[in-house]
Design a protein around this ligand. Structure first.
Ligand SMILES: C[S@@+](CC[C@H](N)C(=O)[O-])C[C@H]1O[C@@H](n2cnc3c(N)ncnc32)[C@H](O)[C@@H]1O
Length: 385
């Protein structure tokens, strides 16, 4: 395990062991700060259902297997699996076929809070009963569930075992910060910044290359694991600008008040500028073109749909005019996704200081934040012949 305060965001193996959204159910946890993702996912349900309508229905004697990649630890993944399985049951029934048994795999990196996730799962239906009883049991899950720890940039499942892959709001996480970005001698060294928004071309190009290499690894692994006739629905942060130094919503989240808060810590002498510069957020919001190039080069999947979809704000507040509520939502939202990395880099106490500065700075720009902090997503529906 990485020690607190170490510069841990370097190699892919280190990041893989560390990266997770904030676990538990507390105020700063992902489970308590993922309503925006839930809303954005809901607005794309028709696209997910279109993808599911393309999946081949196989013989009921084989289990139908679904995997959610980058499931994290809130209710969102459970809801999506429920939507997918209910939709597939309807399809089997309306085709006059007996639905098979279903398995759902919840996959994420090993540090993910699988305990919280498993506690949120509805109890299993009575599998000793008939299939009709099992499918009709409301408040129960009509699928077998399993957690799968590991990076989705590599193999996670046996060959030809999965009918549907789903992944939401996860593929923009890189497997690592490119090494040149942390190398003082490199033209890509991201001096003075913790994210690539408004960074140099060399820095952003290194991130783009890393994103494309990672996505290539992801597709290659899935092309071995997917059953013939299966489909995949992928959603990740994206951008509308061709220019990667404009990271859109991700740029606003990590490139404004979050960046300024790091600068505050340096100016107040709480950390050195080197400490700040050795922290970089391993996120890249691709353009449609960045994404498409990789899928086409891989060649294993048919692109049924590939588009940029407006998601909306990541800040869900009850009183948009209340600057304190907006700024708290901004700090919590940021913390729920990158808090674990920040804690590991500067320790819990300084991390607390950092996020209180994010909140303070956001408070005087609350109205602007609600308007400007808008996410766009790349949505891909891919099928495997
Ligand atoms: C923002 S959460 C998305 C959670 C959930 N899909 C939802 O819709 O709310 C992103 C998740 O992707 C996971 N993740 C990032 N990189 C990963 C990787 N290489 N392999 C597996 N999971 C990864 C993170 O640990 C995190 O739980």
């Amino acid at each position: 395990m990485a020690r607190k305060g170490d510069n841990v965001v370097v190699s892919s193996m280190k990041l893989e062991k560390l990266l997770c959204m904030k676990g538990g159910k507390g105020e700063g946890s992902y489970a308590s700060n993922s309503q925006a993702q839930a809303l954005h996912a809901r607005s794309m349900l028709h696209l997910l259902e279109e993808t599911l309508d393309r999946v081949h229905l196989n013989s009921p004697e084989f289990p139908f297997q679904v995997a959610d990649l980058g499931c994290s630890s809130g209710n969102n993944t459970i809801h999506i699996i429920d939507v997918i399985i209910k939709h597939m049951i309807k399809r089997f029934e309306s085709s006059g076929l007996e639905p098979p048994e279903f398995s759902a795999f919840f996959a994420d990196l090993p540090s993910n809070d699988f305990n919280t996730l498993f506690q949120l799962l509805p109890p299993p239906a009575n599998y000793g009963g008939s299939m009709e009883e099992c499918l009709a049991a409301s408040g129960h899950r009509n699928y077998f569930a399993a957690g799968v720890p590991g990076s989705f940039y590599r193999r996670l499942f046996p060959a030809r075992s999965i009918d549907v892959f789903h992944s939401a709001f996860s593929l923009h996480w890189l497997s690592q910060v490119p090494e040149c970005v942390l190398d003082k001698r490199s033209a890509a060294y991201n001096k003075g910044r913790v994210f690539i928004h408004d960074a140099s071309e060399a820095t952003t190009n290194a991130y783009r290359k890393q994103f494309q290499a990672d996505l290539a690894g992801f597709l290659s692994a899935r092309s071995q694991e997917m059953k013939s006739g299966g489909s995949m629905f992928l959603v990740c942060l994206g951008r509308t600008s061709a220019d990667p130094t404009d990271q859109g919503g991700a740029g606003h989240l990590f490139g404004t008040h979050f960046q300024d808060a790091w600068d505050d810590l340096v100016q107040e002498g709480l950390i050195t500028s080197e400490k700040r510069d050795s922290f970089n957020i391993p996120v890249y919001a691709p353009s449609l073109q960045d994404f498409k190039e990789v899928v086409e080069a891989n060649g294993s999947f048919t692109i049924d749909k590939l588009e940029v979809f407006k998601g909306g704000s990541p800040l869900v507040v009850n009183h948009p005019d209340n600057a304190a509520e907006v700024s708290r939502a901004m700090a919590n939202s940021c913390r729920s996704v990158v808090g674990v990395l920040v804690d590991a880099h500067i320790g819990d106490k300084l991390s607390e200081e950092l996020f209180s500065r994010v909140e303070r700075r956001a408070k005087s720009h609350a109205k602007e934040l609600l308007e400007k902090l808008q996410f766009f997503h790349i949505v891909a529906s891919l099928s495997f012949a």
